[in-house]
Design a protein around this ligand. Structure first.
Ligand code: G3H
Ligand code: 13P
Ligand code: ZN
Length: 320
């Protein structure tokens, strides 16, 4: 079937109170693993491509691989640019037919962030493409005492509920990536740290109270860094001491509060790495790439099946 628009996937996810997995892809094995997993679980799917993925695999290769996957599968699939860092990159992807792009100007002050996002929104909306913006910085768990007398402090790394409203209204973005203690990579937290889920609720409520409805939020840095996979990596010669991700229970709460799109990349990387290391350690004579990329693909597939079924709860919703 053809690509499905991000806006349609979002509308159904909000309605059905589940989250969409937005999985990063860089090569054929990842695409096959993710699409097969979602196909078997009847889950709607977002495939996302970063600037680095486009540089690694070549934009044409990636687009054609995804086109192949889309044409061979019967589940709804959207294609999204992850962390677009310029108008030009967003425009390229919009012109290539992506159903949504992220413009990430979160490192800029609020007004500048709004200005940059608005320019992308104006172009994207003329070309039937949705836009994700980000407010706040993905710096991981920080201490935020809030303002005197309670509430949240403005201008910090975390997303402020009132500023979220201002940002969404002024920029016109279709979804908002929030900073609530989340961060990218395999070393997110130490010990018992968590996402700031009360703040997430406050952001969702502020958007609702401002008349923006059940507005779609996006959670970046949502890998859980499964400890059994980290243990495999370390057992077979890797070194990932103290790797720690977002507890799955936090992701489940984020989904219930209204994170419609949940970004996962690191967990895929760890699953692939663990499987490849195992083959290399157990079969040092092996040199056929299919003998280690095959198990790596299977490991990603198993992981994605678990995510869509048990964490994101989008399994079974492909044909709603
Ligand atoms: O948010 C970052 C994603 O994990 C993509 O990473 O820029 O290394 O492709 P990348
Ligand atoms: P992880 O590093 O937690 O997988 O996050 C990926 C992400 O946010 C992609 O935009
Ligand atoms: Zn991200």
């Amino acid at each position: 079937m053809p690509l499905t628009h991000t806006r349609d996937l979002f509308a159904k996810a909000l309605n059905g109170k589940y989250a969409l997995g937005a999985f990063n892809v860089n090569n054929m094995e990842l695409i096959q693993a993710i699409v097969e997993a979602c196909e078997e679980e009847k889950a709607p799917l977002m495939l996302q491509i970063s600037k680095g993925a486009r540089q690694y695999a070549n934009p044409v290769y990636l687009k054609k691989l995804i086109e192949a996957a889309v044409s061979l599968s019967n589940i709804p699939i959207a294609i999204h640019l992850d962390h677009g860092d310029s108008f030009e990159l967003c425009k390229e992807c919009i012109d290539e037919g992506f159903t949504s792009v992220m413009i990430d100007a979160s490192h800029e002050p609020l007004e500048k962030n709004i200005e940059i996002c608005k320019k992308v929104v104006d172009y994207a909306h003329q070309h039937n493409c949705s836009v994700e913006g980000e407010l706040g910085m993905l710096v991981g768990a920080q201490h935020d005492d809030g303002e005197e007398g309670g509430g949240y402090s403005k201008g910090g790394c975390y997303t402020h509920p009132d500023e979220a409203v201002q940002f969404v209204k002024a920029s016109g973005v279709d979804s908002l990536a929030v900073a609530i203690g989340n961060s990218h990579g395999a070393y997110k937290f130490k010990g018992e740290q968590h996402l700031d889920l009360d703040r997430l609720k406050a952001i969702k409520k502020a958007l609702m109270d401002a008349g923006l409805g059940d507005y779609p939020l996006v959670l970046h840095g949502a890998s859980s860094v499964p400890q059994h996979l980290v243990a495999e990596v370390n057992k077979y010669g890797g070194k990932m001491p103290d790797a720690q991700g977002v507890p799955e229970a936090d992701i489940e709460v984020a989904r219930r509060v209204g994170c419609t799109k949940v970004n996962i990349d690191t967990d895929l990387r760890i699953a692939m790495t663990a499987a490849i290391r195992k083959v290399f350690a157990e079969s040092p004579k092996e040199f056929d790439p299919r003998k280690y990329l095959g198990p790596a693909r299977q490991a990603v597939k198993d992981l994605v099946r678990h995510k869509v079924k048990n964490v994101l709860c989008c399994a079974g919703h492909a044909f709603d």
